[in-house]
Design a protein around this ligand. Structure first.
Ligand code: AKG
Ligand code: FE2
Length: 325
């Protein structure tokens, strides 16, 4: 494995994987795997979202976050760890911190079809009556990113020497979440705790994250030599990174890299930033025990056996979203 230190995250074209050309497919798998074994992040084009749909989503979420805090608080669901609907300003903090992030967000989960045994146990989505159009666009973006995520997992499976369909059943109607985020304007920086940031450094909990909006300033990843690298996705790209669940499954062969969203300079603190991560989760019963092929004498097993559901519950408590109010 080359010890490449990337100056920026590698860019890949998902259509290479799907082109039907075995060489292009193989080189996609290889480049993706090498990136995930080192920096843990790639930028992807031909991800399936159209500009029109992206604009529609941004339009709706900007109007949603412009509603008053009082109205938005009616969409908060503390009893289900905020896993659906709105989460208010400063509520979530990174693992190991107490200061809340300078953000508010909205969770859209798997749509629950009545009688579908695969969605039993998922709480229903919360749809704001003030913005009925949120449902249609939210569900459509969710479906597209879920499909793109499945394709990425096929490439990951091949890189790991597994069968291409390895993840397919495990992520079928998985517990994924689409999270539109608003990093809200701060008129008076003295009002917020001194150490408060838009998103403090963290690793994502899930298998992989597909991030829309990384072309806006502020997102940085921590390279292994300790240097923070800014993410420079182009407008037609999304960023796809490894989360802690995939890191565990592969015994840290694929890296869930620490990242953060830094505050803008003081004179720009009064501006908003929006982004929309799709946190791709498997079904709760997925076993995250390290793959045998990733454990040997040079790479002793680093993690306890755990299921995806158990791991999620543990992590939600650590980031301030457990059911305590
Ligand atoms: O807003 C961003 O660009 C990144 C957000 C993020 O890392 C997260 O929500 O986990
Ligand atoms: Fe993240």
């Amino acid at each position: 494995m080359s010890e490449k230190l990337y100056e920026e995250i590698p860019s890949l074209d998902l259509s290479d994987f799907q082109s039907g050309d075995p060489e292009k497919k193989q080189s996609f798998v290889q480049e993706l795997g090498e990136a995930y074994q080192t920096i843990g992040f790639v930028a992807i084009k031909n991800h399936g979202l159209t500009d029109a749909l992206t604009e529609k989503l941004y339009d709706v979420i900007q109007r949603y976050f412009a509603l008053s805090d009082e109205v938005k608080s009616r969409h908060e669901m503390p009893d289900i760890q905020y896993q659906r609907g709105y989460t208010g300003k400063g509520k979530e903090h990174a693992k190991g911190r107490n200061t809340g992030d300078l953000k508010e967000f909205y969770h859209i989960g798997q749509e629950v079809a009545s009688g579908d045994p695969l969605t039993t146990g998922y709480p229903p989505n919360v749809w704001p009556e003030e913005l009925p159009e949120m449902r249609e666009v939210g569900v459509e973006v969710y479906r597209i990113l879920e499909t793109t995520g499945k394709t990425m997992l096929k490439a990951i499976a091949l890189y790991l020497g597994l069968e291409e369909e390895y993840f397919e059943k495990k992520v079928e109607k998985g517990n994924s979440i689409l999270r539109p985020i608003h990093y809200y304007p701060i008129e008076n920086p003295r009002e917020v705790p001194e150490d408060a940031v838009r998103a403090a450094e963290h690793g994502d909990i899930n298998l992989i994250t597909l991030l829309m909006g990384a072309s806006a300033d502020g997102l940085q990843v921590l390279r292994r030599d300790g240097k923070w690298i800014p993410i420079t996705a182009l407008p037609d790209q999304i960023v796809v990174n490894v989360g802690d669940m995939l890191d565990r499954l592969t015994n840290h062969k694929l890296k869930s890299t620490i990242h953060r969203v830094v505050n803008p300079p003081k004179e720009k603190m009064h501006t908003s930033r929006y982004s929309v991560p799709f946190f791709m989760h498997p079904r709760s019963e997925m076993d995250l025990s390290c793959l045998e092929t990733c454990v040997d004498t040079d790479n002793p097993k680093q993690y306890q056996d755990i299921t995806a559901g158990e791991f999620l519950a543990e992590r939600l408590a650590e980031i301030g979203l457990s059911s305590k109010k």
